[in-house]
Design a binder for this molecule. Structure first.
Ligand SMILES: NC(=O)c1ccc[n+]([C@@H]2O[C@H](COP(=O)([O-])OP(=O)(O)OC[C@H]3O[C@@H](n4cnc5c(N)ncnc54)[C@H](OP(=O)(O)O)[C@@H]3O)[C@@H](O)[C@H]2O)c1
Length: 263
């Protein structure tokens, strides 16, 4: 029987690249996002590799919809082996320019969206004493980034969720991994909300060779599942992430200087 992966935010970018890679490796896929036509076209591409695809439009911040999604996936494929929590949104703004509505939106998608899928799928994984939970975080969940207060808060929460869950679930046979991409060439920045920062400057970063491709992150996710890796920082943020872990005072100082020179 084929293995099955459930991937959120699979209509484009990192989620789409991951879905296509898992399909090439023979996985059946349950894919979700909000935009039906894009999701259907990814499902068609998946089927062209000879595996099955179930595309279900879902807003991951809707708890009942996530419950229905997971239950339908298990009913259709009889099991789920891998969960890739990936659906996310971006906002660049300091706290003073972030409204409570902004906070609610970003936390609802980037944090609650991950908690809802895990909450519904966990009994299935525990009953089978196996399964893999991959949480796509960000280097902004390992290093504080200037003017990205709400985004970094949501991604630091994902780091905490992932590391704590790993302690709890690995003894029960369930693999938990955090994948932290650096800046990646998807439409993420195009779709981001910008307040008090220059969208063009952020978008310029996407044309430097330091930027990862969605396929690089997809490969890191695949390797993490196959080799039961606990955590991977993908791309050019590897070194700054290591520096921040070893010398947080120094990196904090450097980032403060960068923030002042922007202001
Ligand atoms: N790109 C980067 O530079 C970068 C860097 C570090 C971390 N990441 C992380 O990588 C993940 C994927 O990002 P990406 O670069 O692939 O971004 P992307 O191209 O904007 O794709 C985001 C995906 O999430 C879906 N999505 C957004 N809101 C949703 C919601 N409420 N319910 C269901 N699906 C939703 C989108 O589809 P719909 O809009 O159709 O729903 C889309 O499929 C995110 O968690 C992001 O934080 C990205």
């Amino acid at each position: 029987m084929s293995s099955t992966a459930l991937i959120t935010g699979a209509s484009q970018g990192i989620g789409k690249a991951t879905a296509l890679l898992f399909a090439k490796k023979g996985y059946d896929l349950i894919i979700t996002a909000r935009t039906k036509d894009k999701l259907e076209s990814v499902a068609e591409e998946i089927r062209s590799f000879g595996t099955r695809a179930l595309a279900i439009t879902t807003d991951v911040s809707d708890r009942n919809a996530v419950e229905a999604l997971v239950n339908l996936g298990i009913e259709r494929f009889s099991k789920i082996d891998v969960l890739v929590n990936n659906a996310g949104i971006c906002m660049t703004a300091p706290m003073s320019k972030t409204t409570i509505e902004d906070w609610e939106k970003i936390i609802n998608v980037n944090l609650w969206g991950y908690i809802y899928t895990i909450n519904v799928l966990l009994p299935h994984f525990l009953a089978r004493k196996q399964g893999s939970i991959i949480n796509v975080g960000s280097f902004g969940g390992k290093v504080p980034l200037p003017n990205m207060t709400a985004y970094c808060t949501s991604k630091y929460a994902i780091t905490g969720l992932t590391e704590t869950l790993r302690l709890e679930l690995e003894p029960q046979g369930i693999h938990v991994s955090g994948i932290h991409p650096s800046v990646t060439n998807s439409d993420f920045m195009e779709r981001a909300v910008f307040r008090d920062s220059d969208p063009e400057q952020m978008k310029k970063m996407l044309s430097t060779p330091l930027v990862s491709q969605p396929e690089d992150v997809a490969k890191a996710i695949w390797d993490a599942v196959k080799n039961s890796q606990a955590e991977v920082v993908v791309g050019s943020a590897k070194l700054p992430t290591l520096l921040h872990r070893l010398f947080p005072g120094i990196t904090q100082g450097m980032l403060q200087m960068a923030t002042k020179s922007q202001g």
